[in-house]
Design a protein. Structure first.
Length: 192
């Protein structure tokens, strides 16, 4: 040898990354460290979480590793997991997300469950969702109350575009009417 030492880059398997990132997130006090590591890795690889464990010996390519590292950095900078993933689950339905809307809160599911429970399934009702954001409330109600009509209002065109996308994603776009309006304006009152 000529004195030059060649050090091979570490090859990261799925299981190694999950374990390393979980420990790293725990040290940085990221809540639900393992769950965060799994979700970020699933997204980087384009796999469902369960697939991580079925393919735990898989070695990541450099591109996959770079994408994963970027996701980890974003999470370390306190960016919510849901924004990094671009989606969340609410009422067992999938919703796309971006920073133009708030992340649906689990507490809101209790409210939706109560509305569903209190509304007879065969009742034709119209429900107004003011400040719809991602559309999680409007879409969930339309999904679980199939005879209902929902009017979803938001002042933000970006939020409304996302809400419309979520209605289509959950196959309720025909029962939700989206209105871009300031609810404090006279025009809004006339549209309702």
């Amino acid at each position: 040898m000529n004195g030059n030492h060649y050090q091979a880059k570490k090859q990261w398997r799925i299981i190694d990354l999950i374990q390393w990132t979980t420990q790293f997130f725990e040290k940085k006090q990221i809540p639900n460290a393992r769950l965060n590591a799994e979700h970020l890795l699933s997204q980087a690889l384009g796999l469902e979480r369960v697939q991580l464990y079925l393919q735990f010996e898989k070695i990541l390519t450099q591109n996959e590793l770079n994408l994963y590292r970027e996701n980890v950095k974003r999470r370390l900078n306190s960016e919510p997991l849901q924004y990094i993933l671009g989606e969340t689950e609410f009422m067992s339905l999938k919703f796309r997300l971006n920073p133009s809307v708030l992340i649906p809160r689990p507490d809101t599911e209790i409210l939706i469950e109560q509305v569903i429970h209190q509304t007879p399934n065969n009742l034709d009702v119209t429900i107004l969702d003011i400040g719809t954001g991602s559309g999680n409330i409007a879409v969930s109600l339309a999904y679980y109350l199939p005879k209902s009509r929902i009017v979803a209002v938001d002042i933000s065109p970006d939020a409304l575009n996302l809400a419309e996308e979520n209605a289509a994603l959950n196959h309720v776009e025909d029962r939700v009417t989206f209105i871009q309006e300031d609810v404090f304006s006279v025009d809004f009152v006339l549209k309702i």
